[in-house]
Write a protein that binds this ligand. Structure first.
Ligand SMILES: Nc1ncnc2c1ncn2[C@@H]1O[C@H](COP(=O)(O)OP(=O)(O)OP(=O)(O)O)[C@@H](O)[C@H]1O
Length: 262
């Protein structure tokens, strides 16, 4: 059983490979309870593969992954299903079932993992819809009838269906306009605070990193370097220099610098 001071996710010596391509090579990472961790890195460096390895969709070639005190490689089927119910995942495209309404999508994990009666399940779905800022009318709509931002909220509502302890997000603001992205960031931060969630967020969005992440994990040379944004920006590595000090980085971080100077 995990104690409160133990990391909720503990990765040690992770190696992942596809054929001859090594994606991670001896990667270590601790995710602390209650933090929002932003995971960044160049395209193809293995951010999504790391998320998938942690949630059991990619099998490591070596190393250990503990989630909420359980070593994910040693679980039997029943224990794995119990652990899966303690996290929620929002994939980049929302990954909603197109033939189901939003409410029905949210009900899927509740039907799979609980023995609640249909009335209660529908009621929980209604609450999750409200929690993610969707209007009540969204419940009876199909994903194709929603805007991109609403689809992300519906995916988030489904990820939260079982009151998870950990929320995994894969590029949650990709495809949203800046105002929609800022609103989604604020929603995640509010939910994280009010529900005490630990958030593991793969992102390219510097505004999100600045706005809601407590620490940033950078995938460099098949491993992770993790620190606060302020400290990471000072590291002398070509990708970090380009990312944080290139034109987009400077623009996103300019607000902080103005505040610091003022
Ligand atoms: N199922 C798979 N089979 C073979 N190779 C894969 C598979 N999944 C990922 N890869 C490879 O692993 C590498 C890392 O992929 P990943 O999707 O984790 O990158 P990423 O850092 O999330 O990139 P991006 O920011 O572009 O989304 C890539 O070279 C990718 O082609």
């Amino acid at each position: 059983m995990a104690t409160r001071s133990e990391p909720v996710i503990r990765v040690r010596g992770l190696v992942t490979r596809f054929g001859v391509q090594t994606i991670h090579d001896g990667l270590d990472l601790d995710v602390r309870r209650g933090e929002v961790l932003g995971v960044v890195g160049g395209s193809g460096t293995g951010k999504s593969v790391l998320l998938k390895a942690i949630i059991g969709l990619v099998r490591p070639a070596a190393g250990t992954i503990q989630v909420l005190g359980d070593d994910t490689a040693t679980l039997d089927d029943a224990a794995r299903i119990r652990l899966q119910a303690r996290w929620g995942v929002l994939f980049q495209d929302g990954a909603l079932f197109s033939s189901m309404t939003v409410s029905e999508n949210i009900q899927v994990p509740l039907k799979e993992h609980t023995s609640l009666d249909p009335f209660t399940i529908a009621e929980v779905a209604r609450i999750k819809i409200a929690m993610t800022g969707l209007p009540p009318s969204a419940g009876s709509k199909y994903p194709s009838e929603l805007s991109g931002g609403m689809r992300k909220r519906a995916g988030l509502a489904r990820a939260l269906a079982l009151d998870p302890e950990i929320l995994f997000l894969d590029e949650p603001t990709a495809g949203l306009d800046p105002i929609g992205a800022a609103a989604f960031d604020a929603l995640i931060r509010n939910l994280q605070r009010s529900l005490g969630l630990t958030v593991f967020m793969v992102t390219h969005d510097l505004d999100s990193l600045r706005a809601i992440c407590d620490r940033i994990a950078v995938l460099i040379d098949k491993r992770i370097v993790v620190d606060t944004l302020e400290k990471l920006r000072l590291l002398d590595h070509p990708w970090i220099r380009e990312y944080f000090h290139g034109p987009r980085g400077r623009a996103a971080l300019a607000g902080d610098e103005r505040r610091a100077e003022g």
